[in-house]
Each structure stands twice: as structure tokens, then as C-alpha cells.
Design a protein around this ligand. Structure first.
Ligand code: 13P
Length: 250
């Protein structure tokens, strides 16, 4: 059975004290549920966040990592540094990393492999830009992002991969893919996975939707058959909204 997941990507938001405050609020307000809950604060606050959540069901995950094991990569963070502070999961391939930091499919293939080889779980993000959808290239683009970064991996690695489809035109714009558009793409992703591996594997991979998910639209999106949860940006910065979104993933 694939898992239901709601993950909050805090991006470059929240100081150390604000991180403590928001985690306190989450610990007080999150309703019990069988949904896996993850939050991704910034690197400087990760270690404190891991400690602060150790008595809760909230998993603290990283927003990024470097593909090299160690070395002269000023400003970067390696997989074993994350593992050493108790982080077990890392987001790879967010569209903001692709757009602003030049992360190509080839780099993301290396990062994903490095994360998995070091025993980390990966939340792998991908999705088309508005121009791709307008020119009806969105399916082709998504298939190529998956193939280029992930399909060289052995089947066994897929136990530790969660996919997050995030159409770039829906991120932080207030514009959400309709539940039908999300379902159509998620079903396509599962078919693409089944063709590259097999149907049993495709059925086991959790596929999250991301892009302007809010309490008001979460239930309808999560209600679709191939949508297993969400990767939440803005609405994850408010405990009540984040809780409402988790509860909507029934
Ligand atoms: P928003 O929910 O703010 O649109 O961000 C989505 C996202 O990029 C999560 O990674």
C-alpha cells in the first residue's frame, strides 16, 4: 500500500526562533491522522528542528543537498551531514533549484543517486512550465524529466523515492491545477513508471501534488485516485492551514 503524505516545504522562510514557534504550534495543533507529515525548514534550523520534533510524528526533511560526498564545494551540504543530524529524507529537483540554481536533469540524477546510496529517502520534484502546457508538451516534458533523472535507478531504489508533481505555473501563483488536471498527470506518471519498470512498482510509489494547495482546495485534489498527498509551500507556514490540509488527505 502506498503512503499518504503531506510535506511542508518552508523554502527560505523562518528564522531560528520562528522555526521553534511554528514547530510548537504544529505539535499542539496537528490532529492525529495516518498521514505521514514532513516539514522542510532551512539548513541552519534543521538540527534544532529534528530535536524539537523527536517526541512527535513530524519528520524533519532537507530542502536540498550536494551530490558529492565531501570536498571543496563552498556553501554546500553533503548527504552524510544530513544523516548525522538525524535527517532521513531530502527534497531533490524543486523547480526553484532548477530555475535559479541551474540544476539540470543530469545534476539531479547525480543528486538522487548520491542521496539513495547514502541511505536517504528522496522526495523528487518535477513539473512543466506554463509554456510547455500551452504548447501541449507537458506530458512529454514530465516523462523526460523522470527518465533523465530517475529511470537508470534499479527497482529496489524506488522503495525510497516519493514523487512530487509540481506544475511550475501553479507554484506560489494562487493558480492551482484543477483536480482533473492533477489526476490526469498523476495517472500518466504512473503509466510512465509502469512502462519503465512494472505495474506493481508503479502502484507502490506515492505521488504528491504541489502548487498552491490550500485548505479550500486540498480535499478535492487529494480525493483523486492517483494523488497520494501534497507538497505544500505557502500554506505550510501556518499551523492551522497545514493541519487542515493534512486532515483533508483522507
Ligand atoms: P506553494 O504551495 O506556495 O504554491 O508552493 C508549492 C511548492 O513549491 C512546494 O514545494
Amino acid at each position: 500500500m502506498r503512503k499518504k503524505i503531506v510535506a511542508g516545504n518552508w523554502k527560505m522562510n523562518k528564522t531560528a526562533s520562528e522555526t521553534t514557534e511554528l514547530i510548537d504550534a504544529l505539535k499542539n495543533q496537528l490532529s492525529p491522522s495516518d498521514v505521514e507529515v514532513m516539514i522542510a525548514p532551512t539548513f541552519v534550523n534543521l538540527q534544532a528542528a529534528v530535536k524539537q520534533t523527536s517526541d512527535s510524528h513530524i519528520e524533519v526533511i532537507a530542502q536540498n543537498m550536494h551530490q558529492a560526498q565531501s570536498g571543496a564545494y563552498t556553501g554546500e551540504i553533503a548527504a552524510d551531514m544530513l544523516k548525522d543530524i538525524g535527517v532521513q529524507t531530502v527534497i531533490i529537483g524543486h523547480s526553484e533549484r532548477r530555475a535559479y540554481f541551474g540544476e539540470t536533469d543530469a545534476i539531479l540524477a547525480e543528486k538522487t543517486k548520491a542521496a539513495l546510496d547514502n541511505g536517504l529517502r528522496v522526495v523528487f520534484c518535477f513539473g512543466e512550465e506554463l509554456a510547455d502546457r500551452q504548447s501541449e508538451k507537458h506530458f512529454e516534458l514530465v516523462a523526460s524529466q523522470l527518465k533523465n533523472a530517475l529511470f537508470a535507478l534499479p527497482s529496489s531504489d524506488w522503495n525510497n523515492i516519493v514523487l512530487a508533481y509540481e506544475p511550475v505555473w501553479a507554484i506560489g501563483t494562487g493558480e492551482t491545477a484543477s483536480p482533473e488536471q492533477a489526476q490526469e498527470m498523476h495517472a500518466f506518471i504512473r503509466t510512465t513508471l509502469a512502462a519503465a519498470y512494472d505495474d506493481a512498482l508503479a502502484q507502490e510509489v506515492s505521488i504528491l501534488y504541489g502548487g498552491s494547495v490550500k485548505p479550500a482546495n486540498a480535499e478535492e485534489i487529494f480525493g483523486k485516485a492517483d494523488v497520494d498527498g501534497g507538497l505544500i509551500g505557502g500554506a505550510a507556514l501556518n499551523a492551522a492551514d497545514f493541519n487542515a490540509i493534512i486532515v483533508a488527505n483522507k
